[in-house]
Design a protein around this ligand. Structure first.
Ligand code: FAD
Length: 429
C-alpha cells in the first residue's frame, strides 16, 4: 500500500516502528525493501516525490544482477518487459568500424544468467509491484530532513513526522542527506553530459543500425549507445559528450548546440540516430570519490548514496541491487530464534564486502570512460588493442559478472564456478 504523507496532519497516528526504514524509493531503496521484506523483516520506504517513479530511458542489467532478480522471482517479469540482446558491440564513432564485441549468448552460459536491457521505469515498476505485494509500507511526499540514532535504533525526521526503526538505510541517491554522516565529500563533475531518447523502433528501422545488440560508438570526447527496449518495440539511445562550456567554467553547460557540435564528425549510424534524442532535457554526469565506511551504528548507506559511479560499466543500479542482496544475506545470517537481527554483526558483514567491490567499480568506470574518449594517436592505439582482443576473453568482466572475491564465501554455491582460460573459447552447449 502506498500512503501519502500529509505534513502537519494532527490526526495522523504516530507511525509504527519498523525493522528497517529506507530513505529514498529509487531502484536501490525499493530493491532493499523487497529483499529485506522477503526475508521476513518489516520495511518502510520514505520517498520525497509525490509518486514513486523513474525518469529517463534504458538501463543495462548484467548477469550479476539478473541472477539476483531470478532468486527474487522477478526475472520472468523483467525478461518480458526487456530485451535479451545478442552482443555488446564496440565501434569507433568516427569511422563506424567494429573494434570488439562481447557475445552475450556465450556470456549467459558462462555466468549462468542473461544480460538484459530494460526501460528504467519497467525495472523500477517491477520492484515497486513486488514491494506492494510483499506489504512494504510505501510513503510518498515525505522528504526526510534529518536522521539520528541512539543505542536502540534510528529515526528519520520529516515535516510533522518521526519514523523509528532498528536500522535506517540511506538510499537517497547522489545528493544524499545521509552521506554527510560518513564523508564531507561532494559530487565530482565529469564535465560530461548525457542526452537520452527512446523512440518506436520503426523510426530507425531500415537504416544500417543493429536492432538486436547493444552498440557503443566510442569517439574523441564522446560516445553514443544504442539498444532495443520493451520487447524490441522501442529503440533507446544515449549520447554522451564532454562539454567545452563545462571545461571553461560556464554555469549553462551541456546545451543542445554542444550536442550537435560534439557529434558533427561521427559516422553515419550515429548521425542517423542523433535527431531522435530528447533535446529538452539532459543529465550532467557526476560521480563521487569512493568511500570505505558505509555503516555508523544503526545507519548505513546503499545505492548511489554510497557509490554513485560514472555509468561507463553500466553497474550503478546493478550495484544497488547487489547491496540489497548482500545486506539481506547478512541480516538473515545474524537472526536469532525470535527473529531479532544482530545489526552490528550483519552490518559488519555488509561493510566487509561491498565498499571494496564498489570502489573498484567506481575507479574502473572512470578509467574505462577515459579509454573510450581518447583522440589522435591514443585512439589509434586503443583501436588496435581492442581489435586484437580475443572475443572469448572475459577477463575484464569476470570480476563484475562472475563470482567475485567480494562475495561472501557462504554465498559461493549460488554462483557456479567458472573455469577460465582467456584463450580458450567457451564450449558450445
Ligand atoms: C546516463 C546514465 C545511464 C545509466 N545507465 C546505467 C545502466 O545501464 N545500468 C546500471 O546499472 N546503472 C546505470 N546508471 C546508474 C543508475 O541509474 C543509478 O546508479 C541508480 O538509478 C541509482 O539508484 P538509487 O536508488 O541508489 O538512487 P536514485 O535513483 O537517485 O534514487 C534516490 C531516491 O531517493 C529520493 N530521495 C532523495 N532525497 C530524499 C529525501 N531527503 N527524503 C526522501 N527521499 C529522498 C529521490 O527522490 C529518489 O527517488 C546510469 C546512470 C546514468 C546517469
Amino acid at each position: 500500500m502506498t500512503t501519502q504523507h500529509v505534513p502537519g496532519d494532527a490526526q495522523a497516528p504516530e507511525p509504527a516502528r519498523v525493522d528497517v526504514l529506507i530513505v529514498g524509493g529509487g531502484i536501490g531503496g525499493l530493491a532493499s525493501a523487497v529483499a529485506l521484506t522477503r526475508a521476513g523483516l518489516t520495511c518502510r520506504v520514505l520517498e520525497q516525490a509525490p509518486a514513486f517513479g523513474e525518469v529517463g530511458a534504458g538501463l543495462q542489467i548484467a548477469p550479476n544482477c539478473t541472477r539476483i532478480l531470478r532468486e527474487w522471482d522477478l526475472f520472468d517479469e523483467i525478461a518480458e518487459l526487456g530485451v535479451l540482446p545478442r552482443s555488446i558491440v564496440m565501434r569507433d564513432a568516427v569511422d563506424g568500424e567494429e573494434l570488439t564485441r562481447l557475445d552475450l549468448v556465450d556470456a549467459e552460459k558462462r555466468y549462468g544468467a542473461p544480460y538484459v536491457v530494460i526501460h528504467r521505469s519497467d525495472l523500477h515498476g517491477t520492484l515497486l509491484r513486488a514491494a506492494q505485494r510483499l506489504g512494504v509500507d510505501l510513503v510518498t511526499d515525505c522528504a526526510v530532513t534529518a536522521v539520528e540514532q541512539d543505542d536502540h535504533g534510528a529515526r528519520a525526521i520529516s515535516a510533522g513526522r518521526v519514523d523509528t526503526a532498528d536500522l535506517l538505510l540511506g538510499a537517497d541517491g547522489l545528493h544524499s542527506l545521509v552521506r554527510p554522516l560518513f564523508s564531507d565529500d561532494q559530487p565530482v563533475s565529469s564535465a560530461y553530459v548525457a542526452y537520452r531518447g527512446a523512440v518506436p523502433i520503426d523510426t530507425v528501422r531500415g537504416n544500417d543500425i543493429s536492432l538486436d545488440d547493444v552498440v557503443c560508438y566510442v569517439g574523441p570526447g564522446s560516445h553514443f549507445v544504442q539498444y532495443p527496449l520493451r520487447g524490441g518495440e522501442m529503440f533507446n539511445q544515449v549520447a554522451v559528450f564532454e562539454s567545452p562550456k563545462a571545461l571553461a567554467g560556464f554555469e549553462d553547460w551541456g546545451t543542445p548546440d554542444e550536442l550537435d557540435a560534439a557529434f558533427a564528425g561521427t559516422c553515419e549510424q550515429v548521425r542517423i540516430g542523433l535527431p531522435h534524442m530528447w533535446r529538452d532535457r539532459w543529465w550532467r554526469m557526476f560521480d563521487r570519490d569512493p568511500i570505505d565506511t558505509w555503516v555508523s551504528g544503526r545507519i548505513a548507506l546503499t545505492g548511489d548514496a554510497a557509490h554513485p559511479p560514472l555509468q561507463y560499466l553500466a553497474q550503478g543500479a546493478v550495484m544497488a541491487i547487489e547491496d540489497a542482496y548482500i545486506l539481506t544475506h547478512h541480516a538473515t545470517a545474524h537472526r536469532d530464534a525470535s527473529g531479532r537481527v544482530d545489526w552490528t554483526a550483519a552490518l559488519a558483514g555488509y561493510e566487509s564486502v561491498r565498499p571494496a567491490h564498489c570502489r573498484r567499480v567506481l575507479s574502473t568506470a572512470r578509467k574505462w570512460g577515459e579509454l573510450w574518449h581518447v583522440a589522435g594517436d591514443r585512439r589509434r592505439w586503443r583501436n588496435e588493442v581492442l581489435r586484437a582482443r580475443d572475443v572469448h576473453d572475459y577477463s575484464f568482466v569476470d570480476w563484475l559478472y562472475g563470482p567475485t572475491a567480494t562475495q561472501p564465501a557462504e554465498l559461493a554455491p549460488m554462483f557456479e564456478p567458472i573455469p577460465y582460460s582467456p584463450l580458450t573459447a567457451p564450449t558450445a552447449s
